[in-house]
Design a binder for this molecule. Structure first.
Ligand code: TYM
Length: 364
């Protein structure tokens, strides 16, 4: 009988700065190669208004948690922001401030690829290819489109096609997971539908992404009207905690949050939306479970509970603001953005060329 060696070889791929990207496992005996790619995660936030606690809990915090585990991409969705008019003189500052905020929240530039969407031309280019494989009917059924188009009859076509641009953002990088709040779930689902349709029609091209939505951070609601989502466009600033709020103001907002007359700290979003929202915030920021939180505050009045929630929120804001003030004017930001633009342009170009070829755009 032939003698043979039986062993596996692992090859680790790292970036030039040492960050782990993927692992290749080779079984020499069976002459098999298994790729164990590190899964990819990607998310983006619009540079409109100051980022609030809902954005932090729904998207940024998740990215910080996953940055060691996944090959992570986080960007400023500035092309998305122009579905409604933006002030051209302040747009670029808002983008830069958002990048500084990402870093201040703990997004590590050595573990994430950080970039500005408009600096990579392939996002808008791929969006066009995908638009021609997406139906008007499915876009007009999107909840966010229906809601926003109701507010203003004279809305732009961009408001309708926006989910296709979002699909392009996700599909360009073969993203596996998209951490978002519940309001974006439908948009990730349409990105999945578009990917599956394209793959079926033209052959395997895109990874089909999945949303990651944390149970407790799914939807942080407005502190004044807890039946509504906490939103940058809220009419009442008392309902929204922004990451750059003055610490005393933030505390007052929590202490003044709408509750109910029952005086029991119990999670019941339907009957106790205000208290349930504060429990969600507490749970998301402390890592405790809902049950542990209910037990911790058993027999306590709402004042005591709110004070504890405010302590946790203020501590978070204090840390973020200290780092933000150090970073916001640093030239380090340009270096990070240049690297992000160069790396993502290279990846996106390769994917876009593949799409073009699959669709028949080539010279004879
Ligand atoms: P945007 O800027 O509206 O919101 C950014 C992120 O914050 C989440 N979020 C919330 N989470 C919990 N509670 C809330 N009250 C709350 N409000 C907002 C959103 O779900 C989102 O995750 N279209 C996106 C930006 C985008 C994007 C992408 C995201 C563009 N391309 C590709 C992921 C992947 C948007 O407008 O997010």
């Amino acid at each position: 009988m032939d003698k043979f060696f039986y062993f596996n070889i692992k090859i680790y791929y790292t970036r030039s700065d040492g960050v782990y990207i993927s692992k290749k496992l080779i079984n020499v005996n069976e002459r098999k190669v298994f790729m164990e790619e590190k899964k990819k995660t990607l998310t983006g936030l619009q540079p409109t208004g100051v980022i609030h606690l809902g954005n932090y809990i729904g998207a940024i915090k998740q990215m910080v948690e996953y940055q060691d585990k996944y090959d992570s991409y986080i960007f400023v969705a500035d092309l998305h922001s122009i579905t409604v008019p933006q002030d051209k003189d302040t747009l670029s500052k808002k983008c830069r401030d958002l990048i500084a905020l990402y870093l201040a929240c703990g997004i590590d530039p050595n573990k994430n690829t950080i970039f500005i969407q408009s600096e990579n031309l392939y996002h808008a280019n791929l969006a066009w290819m995908l638009e021609c494989n997406t139906y008007f009917g499915e876009l007009s059924r999107m909840h966010q489109f229906k809601e926003k188009s109701k507010k203003n009859e004279n809305f732009t076509v961009g408001l309708l096609t926006y989910p296709v641009l979002m699909a392009a953002d996700i599909l360009l990088y073969d993203t596996d997971y998209v951490p978002v709040g519940i309001d974006q779930k439908q948009h990730v689902e349409i990105a999945r539908d578009i990917a599956i349709r394209f793959n079926n029609k033209f052959g395997q091209t895109f990874t089909v992404p999945e949303p990651i939505i944390k149970e407790s951070g799914t939807k942080i609601t407005d502190l004044v009207d807890p039946t509504k989502k906490m939103s940058k466009s809220s009419d009442n600033p008392k309902g929204v905690i922004t990451l750059l709020d003055d610490l005393d103001v933030a505390r007052k907002k929590i202490m003044g949050a709408t509750t109910d007359s029952e005086t029991v700290v119990r999670f019941d979003p339907e009957n106790k939306p205000g208290i349930s929202n504060l429990i969600n915030i507490y749970v998301s920021l402390t890592g405790k479970t809902i049950k542990e939180t209910e037990e911790e505050f058993e027999g306590c009045n709402y004042g005591t509970f709110k004070t504890k929630v405010a302590d946790v929120v203020v501590e978070l804001l204090k840390n973020i603001q200290e780092k933000y003030n150090q970073i916001v004017s640093s030239s380090e930001l340009d270096k990070i953005l240049d690297e992000g633009r160069n790396k993502t342009t290279e990846i996106a170009k390769a994917k876009f060329e593949k799409v073009k070829e699959k669709m028949g755009f080539k010279r004879n």
